[in-house]
Write a protein that binds this ligand. Sequence first.
Ligand SMILES: *[C@@H]1O[C@H](CO)[C@@H](O)[C@H](O)[C@H]1NC(C)=O
Ligand SMILES: *[C@@H]1O[C@H](CO)[C@@H](O)[C@H](O)[C@H]1NC(C)=O
Ligand SMILES: *[C@@H]1O[C@H](CO)[C@@H](O)[C@H](O)[C@H]1NC(C)=O
Ligand SMILES: *[C@@H]1O[C@H](CO)[C@@H](O)[C@H](O)[C@H]1NC(C)=O
Length: 385
Amino acid sequence: MEVTTSARFLFAGVLFTWVLSVGCEKVTDNVMPCEFPAIFNFGDSNSDTGAISAAFYPRPPPNGVTFFHDPAGRVCDGRLVIDFIAKYLGLPYLSPYLDSFGTNFRHGANFATGGATIRRANDSLFVSGISPFPLDIQTVQYSNFKNRTTKLYSQGRRSANRKNFPRPEEFSKSLFVIDIGQNDLSAIFRNTSKEKVQSAIPDMINQFGVDVQFLYQQGARTFWIHNTGPIGCLPSTLFDIHNPVPGFLDGNGCVKSQNDVAKEFNRQLKERVNKLKTELPLAAITYVDMYAAKYSLISDAKKQGFFENLNICCGSYKDGIRFYCGNNLLKNGTQIFIGACKDPSLHISWDGIHYTEAANRWIANQIISGYFSDTKIPITHACYR
Ligand SMILES: *[C@@H]1O[C@H](CO)[C@@H](O)[C@H](O)[C@H]1NC(C)=O
Ligand SMILES: *[C@@H]1O[C@H](CO)[C@@H](O)[C@H](O)[C@H]1NC(C)=O
Ligand SMILES: *[C@@H]1O[C@H](CO)[C@@H](O)[C@H](O)[C@H]1NC(C)=O
Ligand SMILES: *[C@@H]1O[C@H](CO)[C@@H](O)[C@H](O)[C@H]1NC(C)=O
């Protein structure tokens, strides 16, 4: 009797400490952090670490100017959220699956490609910038990666392949990160009404669920799923609004109708993720409110040490003309290079669509802590169901 009671007290104490400590990056010592041997990432340019650069044209300077001092395949002056996640977990920055040079997949691979969508698009990269590698193809690439590395691993103990690939038993212990949806929404937004986009959301969410189930069938267990960000707050979005009606912006200068669609997408995504939690009995799935993290940075920009959110560091969207970051163009007979601002770390937006390294670092710190997650556990404990 004594023992049971005190054990119960102890247990309650542990729970209490746990609840108190999450969200402040301090987790009770009673729960061991997960040891993720690798990260497999899926998504679009928010987390592409060089796929489009490898498969098509390299990203031009001044991308990479802050951190890699080289474009490094990212559309950013430095690191992306996925880079900060890898760093935080003590793992190397992810090599793109599509890259043939200098890659090392020992601790994971990145299947994200800039311009990627959840649904297969009927567009071409050359027409609209949509990636030919949508989410379902990225998951097939992962499956192929797993099957081929597993086979190579079993051949030849001294094979050089071994040191560049995860071990077969590590796949199910790895972290699977997904960040996609923005391009599905913005691609149709360009030409159609809010209602048309809304009506396409269930199809996007359905495909998303199918892709997560496929990864699960291929051994994935720990999922870290980002919802989509406030696309109405991207400076480039404003440029696409041709017939603004009074009151179309919110207090932070974001386009309300576009954010409404992002929020509806996220509502349905969260619902689907909750269903997946019951459908996939061995999966630990964390839904991360990326929208809230990014929006809180945007609404609190000045206090967090940034200029206001609509200030672009590289390139501009003004007076009906786009000047893309990194472009060379002829203006009045002279060659002009669209370069970076003096101090990218003061800007939230790098190029009007993508975030700066400074913003990505801020966002990553927030989500890693678990503060924006459902359930509120830090990323180091995401493997617990
Ligand atoms: C692509 O075209 C097919 C056939 O017209 C259509 O069913 C599908 O919805 C289209 N996909 C997208 C993403 O618009
Ligand atoms: C990998 O192997 C699994 C199990 O045999 C199979 O279901 C899957 O289709 C294979 N993946 C690819 C891309 O061939
Ligand atoms: C949007 O519509 C315009 C004309 O209505 C057309 O010229 C343009 O190609 C369309 N853009 C896309 C991305 O479908
Ligand atoms: C174009 O260049 C000429 C000669 O250098 C200069 O006089 C003129 O003001 C320039 N025009 C614009 C629009 O910058």
